[in-house]
Design a protein around this ligand. Structure first.
Ligand code: ADP
Ligand code: MN
Length: 345
């Protein structure tokens, strides 16, 4: 069970609203959500098992507001606020999410030593049928001015780590900031908006090989390994959604990779020594044992779709071309960067 008073602000967010929380272990993300998002996660569990590996594990819901108010019994707790473990008051949700409902998910950045995170927001159309004209116009404008319209996705946010972070370049000062205490360079939502289709690869490059990274053979080999796994994952996502009938507006592909070179190399060694998983899975009937073993294998990357606040299944309406355009563009750019990195090795 989750004790709401132990929740803290989640530091590893790449983009989105304020109010994303985490539990004391960091294994979970607790996020204000819409009923549609919960319905989507539940439908994946019930009817779309092929997608389950490509979304965060859904742990359930939490009515945070009510629980926090009842337990904390402090007068300061205002509507929509939660008192976290360090005593600060966190705004639970922005004005636009007038809900008490929170969703509890697996934190896909957990288990990494220094997760480097990229949030790619999907769709040229970013609004669903429920959106008012003002919102449609606002989002259409952003789409038109960014790669959302041309490529069907844009970089919504990004965090990269470096042992010795390079100071932010002069021309990026309004888009990024180095967090001195953590060593992360945090890119804001305007960063990804400055790119056009012809130069957005720069953003992917800054993610996979953060500025300041030495471009020696080992660094490039790591980047190659990361890109190969991203390509595999995003291609799989594309193939899954080619077979489905959904409408997802403003969902994201959330990419994570191990940004600490030492941790990366250690993990790679462990993976090299691990027996091939596929045959074992096919033969072993005892699922629990199988799962335990699988959990022990370290990860180098994670490829997931997130943010289903405006996602529904739409049987009979055909493929989700709006989301698929962004997934396919992402795949193409990752392949292009892989080719570029490979040529430099
Ligand atoms: P919104 O954009 O509606 O505020 P998101 O679901 O996109 O909400 O979440 C905002 C940010 O929080 C994402 O950009 C991502 O960095 C982080 N995040 C959300 N869900 C998870 C998760 N399950 N694991 C790790 N990080 C997450
Ligand atoms: Mn989002």
């Amino acid at each position: 069970t989750l004790d709401p008073s132990t929740l803290k602000a989640f530091g590893n967010v790449a983009a989105g609203h304020d109010g994303v929380l985490s539990d004391p272990t960091g294994a979970l993300v607790i996020k204000p959500c819409t009923p549609a998002e919960i319905a989507f996660y539940e439908s994946v569990t019930a009817s779309h098992p092929d997608l389950a590996a490509y979304i965060p594990t859904y742990m359930g819901t939490l009515s945070l507001n009510a629980a926090a108010t009842a337990e904390a019994s402090t007068d300061e707790l205002a509507e929509g606020m939660i008192q976290t473990a360090d005593g600060t008051l966190e705004r639970l949700h922005g004005k636009k999410l007038a809900t008490e409902l929170s969703i509890v998910l697996e934190n896909t950045a957990a288990g990494f030593s220094k997760p480097n995170i990229l949030d790619l927001k999907l769709g040229a159309q970013l609004w669903d049928e429920g959106a008012k004209p003002e919102k449609r116009a606002r989002l259409d404008k952003v789409s038109k001015e960014t790669t959302s319209s041309s490529l069907g996705f844009r970089i919504a946010g990004m965090r990269t780590w470096a042992a010795v972070p390079k100071p932010v370049a002069e021309n990026l000062k309004s888009f990024a900031e180095v967090e001195e205490d953590t060593g992360y360079t945090v890119y804001n939502k305007m960063y990804g908006r400055k790119f056009a289709a012809w130069n957005v690869l720069e953003g992917f490059e800054a993610y996979v090989l953060p500025p300041g990274t030495k471009k020696g053979r080992r660094e490039l080999e790591r980047a190659k390994r990361v890109l190969v796994e991203f390509v595999d994952g995003v291609r799989e996502l594309r193939d899954i959604f080619r077979k489905k009938e959904s409408r997802m507006y403003s969902a994201s592909i959330l990419l994570v990779f191990e940004g600490d070179a030492g941790a990366f190399d250690e993990r790679e060694e462990v993976l090299k020594k691990a027996p091939a998983r596929k045959e074992v899975e096919a033969e072993v009937e005892d699922e629990d044992e199988d799962d335990d073993e699988e959990d022990e294998l370290p990860k180098l990357v994670s490829v997931k779709m997130i943010d289903f606040a405006h996602a529904t299944w739409t049987p009979g309406q055909g493929r989700d071309e709006n989301a698929l355009q962004g997934i396919s563009s992402t795949l193409k750019l990752l392949v292009e960067l892989l080719g570029k990195v490979n040529a430099e090795i």
